[in-house]
Design a protein around this ligand. Structure first.
Ligand code: DGI
Ligand code: FE
Ligand code: FE
Length: 198
């Protein structure tokens, strides 16, 4: 499917305001991919598709999770998490997207996961910091993203976790695993540069 058709297909799934967010994530992911050595084409595509199912009715997402073999534990957690997994399923079904790296980046854009690929990290971070995002701490995330992909992403996950704690909500295990894993990676990268005298 060519780019224009994909854009039209995405626009049909959501109100105009949500599409403006998606367009912001597309631009931001493209810049991050160039900055951190990612594949700009895949970043473009994964960002365009990341919120494909965001505006779908909850009952439709729930039915798909139940009938299409998506992780049923999602149903025990916040509905806000569902659109990522349902979106990955939907863009394969409806748009014929077969690239597993792109599908994973869509699937894990909300929670993150352990061993996030470069593409996962780019899309997840772009989602946090695209220009229309405004929440306490977003400026710090943008600053960190100038040089430090993992640090910026941890700051994003921290802000989500803090928000969930504040609201007394449950935390999806993958979000915690993603944060711990990124912290370990940051630590071992710092340790390595210290060992080199850096
Ligand atoms: O779809 P977006 O609004 O662009 O952003 P997103 O896909 O990151 O969704 C964020 C929402 O998900 C936000 O309201 C927090 C909510 N959420 C609920 N439970 C969890 C969670 N996010 C994470 N990362 N982990 C959770 O356990
Ligand atoms: Fe999302
Ligand atoms: Fe988003």
């Amino acid at each position: 499917m060519d780019r224009e058709l994909l854009i039209e297909a995405v626009k049909r799934q959501m109100p105009e305001k949500r599409y403006r967010h998606v367009a912001g994530v597309v631009d931001t992911a493209f810049v991050l991919a160039q900055r951190f050595g990612g594949d700009p084409e895949k970043a473009w595509l994964a960002a365009l598709l990341h919120d494909y199912a965001k505006a779908w009715p909850t009952d439709r997402m729930e039915r798909i999770i139940r009938t299409e073999g998506l992780p049923s534990e999602l149903l025990d957690y916040d509905k806000e998490l569902w659109h990522a997994h349902v979106g990955a399923w939907a863009v394969r079904e409806e748009l014929g997207i077969e690239d597993e790296e792109v599908l994973d980046a869509v699937r894990y854009h909300t929670s993150g996961r352990e061993n996030m690929t470069l593409l996962d990290r780019i899309v997840c971070l772009a989602d946090y910091m695209e220009p229309s995002r405004a929440f306490p701490g977003v400026e710090r995330i943008r600053e960190l993203s100038e040089h430090h992909l993992n640090e910026a992403l941890v700051a994003g996950l921290d802000s989500t976790i803090a928000h969930l704690l504040e609201k007394g909500r449950t935390i999806f295990p993958l979000t915690v695993l993603a944060r711990n894993d990124l912290l370990r990676q940051i630590r071992s990268a710092n340790g390595a540069s210290e060992a080199q005298g850096g």
